[in-house]
Design a protein around this ligand. Structure first.
Ligand code: ADP
Ligand code: MG
Length: 275
């Protein structure tokens, strides 16, 4: 594949939507793998106690493995909790273990509890501009959020500059988005002025139904050019890949799902940060 240009500094993406099952994890792992295939150095941080992103990227995440929990709750340096993804070059993972389920409560009594992930990410020597972090820097850090707007997701919103919101092309797709965007505004006003909803991705798009076309149109009316031109089709290959501890990018690289995620990743590399 022809490589994409690297950004001048690490771009930190937060993949969030408090609805479950809209394609957050699928988008995180496949966009990450696609970016890596385009020559970008990519770090995925699994922030969901379920550890689905860790599973899809074939990184061990049973209890006791160095994980997001250690970075968030114990302040472990990110370098100590990163593992390479064995399936894809240029891709690294901070796995999530089930311990992370307790972090939401444990963090409540911790000082600056909403800034823990930001501190961990920015404390990594490979995060920053080319001048600060050199050629070995991460080009993309992608955080996969749990399906809630609790303290874990809040940590991600404080840590990132760009939000990627997957929207499932289904009934009630836009329901709940108002609450998500209010949370984003609150975070921008009080905790992280740099945060912007830079990227919306329509997922599980079934081009044969009028419903899906209607939802996609509504999303575009609402969000304009924040929406990627590429929509991800609903495809069995995409949903099968995690059970083989793979992303669809390696499981079936020629499938429509893989080609769409590659196209979405290419769009992301060509777009800058917008507010
Ligand atoms: P979330 O992380 O938002 O909860 P997931 O990424 O886990 O959502 O996706 C929810 C379910 O939908 C999973 O079973 C996943 O395999 C499936 N899925 C996601 N994207 C697609 C797609 N493009 N085609 C078919 N199934 C998909
Ligand atoms: Mg998920």
């Amino acid at each position: 594949l022809p490589p994409a240009p690297r950004p001048d500094a690490t771009r930190v993406f937060v993949v969030a939507n408090q609805k479950g099952g809209v394609g957050k994890t699928t988008t995180t792992v496949n966009v990450a793998a696609a970016l890596a295939q385009l020559g970008q150095r990519v770090l995925v941080i699994d922030l969901d106690p379920q550890g689905n992103a860790s599973t899809a990227l074939n990184v061990d995440h049973h209890r006791g493995v160095p994980s997001t929990y250690d970075a968030l709750v114990d302040g472990a340096p990110l370098t100590d909790v990163i593992s390479p993804c064995p399936e894809v070059d240029n891709l690294w993972v901070v796995p999530a273990t089930i311990d992370l389920a307790g972090a939401e409560i444990e963090l409540v009594s911790v000082v600056a509890r909403e800034g823990r992930l930001r501190k961990a990410i920015h404390g990594h020597p490979g995060v920053g501009s080319a001048a600060e972090a050199g050629d070995d820097r991460f080009d993309y850090v992608i955080v996969d959020c749990p399906p809630s707007l609790g303290l874990l997701t809040l940590n991600a919103l404080v840590a990132g500059e760009e939000m990627l919101i997957p929207i499932q092309a289904e009934y009630y797709a836009l329901e709940g988005l108002g609450q998500l965007l209010e949370t984003v505004d609150m975070v921008k006003a009080h905790l992280n002025p740099a945060l912007s909803v830079s990227t919306i991705l329509v997922t599980m798009y079934d081009g044969r139904t009028r419903l899906a076309a209607g939802v996609a149109e509504e999303v575009r009316e609402h969000f304009g050019d924040q929406v990627l031109r590429t929509a991800i089709p609903r495809s069995v290959r995409v949903s099968e890949a995690p059970s083989y501890a793979q992303t669809v990018m390696t499981y079936d690289p020629g499938s429509p799902g893989a080609l769409s995620y590659l196209e979405a990743a290419r769009e992301i590399t060509h777009r800058g940060v917008r507010s």
